[in-house]
Write a protein that binds this ligand. Sequence first.
Ligand code: ATP
Length: 323
Amino acid sequence: MAVSPILVADIGGTNARFGLIDGRTVRDTRVLRCADYASIEDAATAYLSAIGLAAPGTPGRPRRGAFAVAGPVTGDRIAMTNLVWQFSVGRVRDALGLEGLAVINDFTAVALSVPRLAEEDRRQVGEGSPQPGAVVAVLGPGSGLGVSGLVPGANGRWTALSGEGGHVTMAPMSDRESAVLGQLRKGFDHVSAERVLSGPGLVNLYTALSILDGREPAALTPAQITDNALAGTEPHCVEAVEMFCAMLGTVAGNLALTLGARGGVYIAGGIVPRLGTLFAHSRFRKRFAEKGRMRDFLAPIPTYVVIHELPAFLGLAEAAGTE
Ligand SMILES: Nc1ncnc2c1ncn2[C@@H]1O[C@H](COP(=O)(O)OP(=O)(O)OP(=O)(O)O)[C@@H](O)[C@H]1O
């Protein structure tokens, strides 16, 4: 009897990506907008309908699921950080007619993908080379800021961390950054890294920089800020993207120090790959290593941008034990 595929999903604050995994192959991928659905069951059901597998008993319908979600996973009840969806894992499993459903944090899944990434799935930024078998750090700006790490264990196995490191306090490295964080503190009780290193964070940076210079900020989306920065048409958009890259360097360097990530630092999420050459030419890498007496510890650590479209799916395949 044929083995049924596994239903996989990567649910962020903006996009819900679905697919089926057969062995090592991911197929029938679709990207749905979370805002178009009232719940995770509705989005998953719409996906199964779109690929002709909605009706229970349809041949080839998945019997197991593995979902990666942007938010803390601490039990059956899941509340997503940047989305109104809340759900019980058991209820969603039953509603979708699955025998089993595993749910993990989305950046735990991205971390698990790292050993499965091929050379062409990542692009190195700056110098350095990975120490084999050493801890790996992962972070990624999207609707929020996901953070994880991969710790080596016995027999070539890895353990992925499930933390909420995107919500650490953002620290400044220049007077201009201090001024921006001071401006943001007027609106937020706690200015976390995610408040600047995410799509909404890019808007926060642009808005704060404009206000500090006495300019009325325009109502721009994160993508418009990037487009204006790439075109070089609006100085506050250029500065916002530049500060975003530098601050990502600060947080990536902090994470590498905390985890001792000599296996490398991987930048995933939807935003950095869209910054194009702005990221490669930014202060990211300089800032990453700029930690006083720890410069010699950080300088050999390589930093990579993950350009694989669906790294969380590779991690879910790893978590589900498919070969
Ligand atoms: N060209 C761009 N430049 C900067 N930000 C962008 C661009 N295009 C989209 N974004 C922003 O990226 C964010 C979505 O990122 P991503 O595609 O990683 O989604 P997600 O997986 O739903 O996010 P998360 O997993 O962090 O919740 C949104 O805030 C969106 O406004």
